[in-house]
Every structure is written in C-alpha cells, then in structure tokens.
Design a protein around this ligand. Structure first.
Ligand code: AHR
Length: 607
C-alpha cells in the first residue's frame, strides 16, 4: 500500500469530534465513576430493603419510615440494641460488591438521630470475620432524639489486598441498650478527582480522561427517559444537598442515588475539559407512554428552567439557584439534545411535533444553542436550519466496515452526531462480553470514515462507557472494573478511542493511494498549529500490509500500533493484554515505511 498525503487542501475537521456518552448503566455512576463508595446509603429506589447493610454485634437492623431524614429520604436505618448489651455494636455497609481501599485519605459523612453521647467508630476492614482494619477514626458525637445531627470526619487507610472490604460503624451498646438509634446517608469518599466535594472516583475518571475526549453527553441514553413519565430523570431532583435528592428507580434495573446529579455532570465536564451535551427529557417514557400536544408544555418549560440553571445569569431564577449551590459562573453549554432514541417506545409518530416544540422554545430563548435531534427518523420536514442529528449504531464488525463510506455523500446541511456506537456482536452473531480486537479494528474503520467526513460528522461517542463487573446490564463496554482497583480493565476499543482522540488534526487532508480501500483503510490530517501530520490506518484483514506513507517535508515522529492476538478482559493476565505500542519512525525524503499487522490499528504522527 502506498499513500501520498497532500500538504495543501482538505476540509476543516470538527474540533470536538471524539468524546463520551454517559448514563448510569452497569453501575457506571453509583458504584462507578461517582466517588461515593457505600451502596443503598439513603434507601432510594422502589425496593431498597437492607441491601448492602449488615449488623455488627447483637443488634437488629431495620428500614424505618417513622424517622425521615428529609422528605426526600423518608427511609432510614434503625439499629435496635437488646437490653443489657455491652461492648461495641453497630452496622456495616458492603459497598458496591465490596469497597476499594487504597492508601488514601477517606472523607466520611453521616447523619444520626437518637439519644447518644460518646464515641462512634468508623472504619474500613476486610469483610472476613474479625477482618483486618485498614483505617479507622473515633468521632465523639452528641445525638438527640428530637432531630437529625450531621457529622463529618476524615481518616487515612492503608491499601487492602483486594476489594472484599466493608465499612463499619460501631458505638457503645450499653448507652443504647433496650432502645434504638437511627442512622442515614453515610457517605464515604476517597480523595476525589480534582478533590471536588461529592466528586468522582479518581481512578475511573483518570482512565477516562486519558482517552482525551472533547465532550460529554449526559444523562442518557435510556436512563433519561424513565420506565414511566413519573420516573423520568428529573434534573431538579438531582441538585442541591444530597439529603434533598430522592433518587429514582433508574431504567437499568437499580436505584440511582442521583448524588451524581446535574451540577456534578457539569463539573465533571469542566474538570475534564469536555463540552457538555445536555439531553433533556422530551415526552417519551420507555413503558409509560408519550406526552404530546399541549400536555408537553410544562416539560418544555422544565427544559428551559434546566438550561437556565446551567447557563442563566445569577439574576435569573435558576441561575440564582445554581449560585446558591456554590456556582455563580454559567457553564459552557452550547448543545442540547431533545430526548433519546425517540423513534422507540411509540415515540416516532409524535417526534416531529415534539422536537419542533422543544426546538422552537429553546431557540427563542437561547438562539445560540445548537439543538440536536435524538434520531434521524420522524424529523420535521423541512428540518430547522442549523440543527444536528444523533444517529446510533450497534453492529457487527462486518456491518461497521460496510458503513465506512456512510457519510461520504451525506447531506452537508445538518451536523451529524454519532451519539452511540459499538461492535456489540461478532460476525457470527454472538454477543461480545468484552470488546474484541476484530470489533475494535472495525470500529476504527468506521471512525476513519467519520473522520474523513468530519466537516459533517461533528461528534462521535462509543457507548456504553463502563461496567461494574458485578452488575452488568449491557455488554460490551469500554472500561470494566470491580471493587478491586487492580482489576480495572481497559478494552481494545478503549485504546482505539484513545489513539483516535489524542492524535487529532485540524484539517483533514486529501490522500492518493495505489490501492482501493479494504482491507486497509486510512485518513490523514494535520494540526495546523503544531504542523504535526497524523495518518490513521486500520487493517481489517488477516494478512499484514506493507505500507509506505509519503508526506512532503515530514522527517520523523512516532508510529503507534494496536494489534492482537486476543482481546482484553478482566480474566487476562496483565502481560497478555492487548496494548498500543509506540515506537519512533524516521522518514527518508518524506517517505515512511511501516507494516500494518493483521487486524491492527496504526497511527503515524510525524512532522
Ligand atoms: O448504550 C446503551 C443504550 O443503547 C442506550 O441507553 C440507548 O440510548 C441505546 O439504545
């Protein structure tokens, strides 16, 4: 294969081409990227029971509704101590299938009600009976029966050998014997990403940041929509102090605490240098019908209020509310998406009208915002000028390769957002538990097609992003983890995303070749500020391809190669993982010689 990259001409590439789609699925939020480590800590969702809680000593635990912490959190933990009891008793929380315990400083918050004066001990231990204590702290409290009292503390811990750990709270049984004491909303955080209060898990946020994305679409995905209209994601119930957030039964079979709420998504975007792409609820619920016509008006107003919370001046009602939550400056919101996959669940017939109603109301108040439809189906005719269109692809590797040229002759009047895509199945139709190398190469072929057309394709995001391996509703995902930080696993698709994101040019350059596309595919670009040329290539075939890349004036740089055999999964020994390998490359008279191994993704970066 001989490629010659032109050093003039070409099209401007979208500066925000690669980024992230996030929703709470697979415990990607609670138990994932959100930093709080205790599960079911506010008894939210439809049927929380005592999931994750355990008695310590001879006490009885129950979910109590006679002592609400707030109207948002009516259920609390009752700890009943038998008469005559002595010694230390209390409760434990097992976190999200264990607690990652690192050498770190942990912040711990909890609420207590009931008559008690004296020491309460909080600690992190292994789950085994009489288990190793990794860190603890004694907090002297004065609790009364007439109101809830809030406590905060910090303590240091040493690293645990695995994730099989619990959080334990104990107190002096003799002081409560024959009675009960109540606890709610214990929270436990490691030092968070960017040390934010109520912030992100730094390990998971860190690997996400390393991809080098440009945007964050949130909060869904299906998790925006609700099983019913009443159980939709409600932005105004995800803001303010966490004890005022009721949480909800999420759309992926588990309770969402909503401690990772609208403001936290916006801080996440800002801290990671991502542009927020805000999905607003647009009348469609997954199983509870569609709101249309005049009945939609309150929800349109709700979306306007939400946008005002994000970008309104502090003189506005919701801008002032944001300021009261500690954030006076508006966020950098430029894109709003109307719903999610509105062609599903009976939404198609009404989407044109619903989209138009949201679009027109938002544009009337915020003309500078770009409005994105959640599908390319059922759109108004004609479509409003300047709108963008979100299209999703969950396909086999061969199907992705067949869509390489999807955008070559596409209507350039409207921006495209490939808001979700992934190789979900093998070519034989088997569902992939983890991204495979062949699938990752096929995604790269599709992404090359996107990048070649990144004048019209403005953004693209792999989905879903991550999975807790103890509670997975959707595979494959980019990142997998458990409560043991050493098992954090980055898939082959993760590395393709990273290779494409960090090696981005500003201008897509014409390329001439001696061969047609397939099995090798390519795209070339240049960063016009730094002068670096990027040539991304994928070999979707079982035979290596000897390649020459000619770029006049370029002398040296690097070549990064991702190739097999195999694919990454949590069970693989670390030394067998498929990782990108970067080596130096030197040209001769602007000509670079390299090999595209079988089933590989290769990026040349030279100047
Ligand atoms: O990414 C998983 C799901 O796929 C999303 O929630 C939904 O938008 C799509 O159907």
């Amino acid at each position: 294969l001989a490629l010659t990259v032109a050093t003039t001409g070409g099209n401007a590439s979208s500066p925000i081409l690669y980024g992230f789609m996030f929703e709470d699925i697979n415990h990607s939020g609670d138990g994932g990227i959100h930093g709080q480590l205790l599960r079911n800590n506010g008894f939210q969702g439809t049927n929380p029971g005592l999931t994750a809680w355990g008695a310590v000593g001879a006490v009885t635990l129950a979910v109590d509704t006679a002592h609400p912490l707030t109207t948002a959190l009516p259920r609390v933990l009752r700890v009943t101590v038998p008469s005559g009891a002595t010694g230390q008793v209390g409760f434990s929380n097992a976190g999200y299938w264990g607690i990652p315990v690192k050498k770190d400083t942990y912040a711990c918050y909890f609420w207590v009600e009931g008559t008690y004066s004296g020491a309460v001990t909080v600690k992190l231990t292994s789950a085994a009976a009489g288990g190793t204590v990794f860190g603890s702290k004694v907090v002297n409290i004065v609790s009364v029966s007439t109101k809830w009292t809030y406590y905060e503390t910090t303590f240091t811990a040493t690293a645990a050998p695995n994730g099989n750990n619990i959080f334990v709270v104990t107190f002096d049984a003799a002081k409560v014997a024959g009675g009960s004491i109540y606890f709610n909303l214990p929270q436990l955080f490691p030092v968070t990403y960017h040390t934010r209060y109520n912030g992100l898990n730094p390990d998971i946020a860190g690997v996400l940041e390393n991809i080098g994305g440009s945007f964050l679409r949130f909060p869904g995905g299906n998790n925006l929509e609700g099983a019913t209209v009443a159980s939709r994601w409600k932005w105004n119930e995800t803001i303010g102090p966490v004890e005022t957030r009721p949480g909800r039964q999420g759309d992926w079979g588990y309770a969402n605490t909503d401690a990772l709420g609208l403001l936290e998504y916006l801080y996440w975007s800002e801290d990671m240098g991502l542009i927020p792409i805000l999905g607003v609820w647009a009348g469609l619920s997954l199983g509870g019908g569609v709101v249309t016509g005049a009945a939609l008006q309150p929800y349109i107003q709700d979306a306007l209020n939400e946008i005002e919370y994000v970008i309104g001046a502090t003189t506005t009602t919701y801008g002032a509310l944001r300021a009261s939550h500690g954030r006076a400056a508006p966020f950098n919101l430029k894109h709003v998406e109307i719903g999610n996959e509105d062609f599903l669940s009976g939404g198609l017939a009404s989407y044109a009208a619903r989209f138009t109603a949201f679009h027109d109301a938002i544009k009337a108040k915020y003309p500078g915002l770009i409005i994105i439809s959640s599908t390319d189906q059922g759109l108004p005719n004609p479509k409003p000028a300047g709108m963008w269109i979100d299209i999703h692809y969950y396909l086999t590797p061969d199907q992705f390769v067949a869509r390489f040229n999807t955008y070559d002759n596409y209507d350039r009047k409207y921006g495209i957002f490939v808001g979700e895509y992934a190789c979900t199945k093998s070519n034989t139709g088997a569902t992939n538990p983890w991204p495979t190398l062949v699938g990752a190469v096929a995604e790269a072929v599709f992404m090359i097609g996107i990048e070649r057309n990144s004048d019209v394709v403005k953004m693209a995001a792999y989905a879903p992003l991550m999975q807790h391996l103890n509670s997975t509703q959707w595979t494959p995902d980019l990142i997998g983890y458990t409560s043991d930080p050493s098992l954090l696993t980055l898939s082959t698709s993760y590395y393709v995303q990273q290779m494409f994101s960090v090696n981005r040019g500003t201008t897509i350059l014409p390329v001439t070749s001696d061969t047609k596309f397939g099995p090798a595919y390519w795209v070339a670009s240049r960063n016009d500020s730094t002068g670096t040329y990027y040539v991304k290539m994928a070999n979707y075939g079982a035979t290596a391809v000897s390649t020459t890349v000619r770029i006049a004036g370029a002398t040296s740089g690097t070549v990064t190669t991702l190739t097999g055999p195999g694919s990454n999964s949590i069970n693989m020994p670390k030394n067998a993982l498929v990782l990108p390998v970067t080596t130096a490359i030197t040209g001769s008279g602007g000509s670079f010689t390299l090999t595209l191994p079988a089933w590989s993704v290769v990026v040349v970066a030279v100047k």
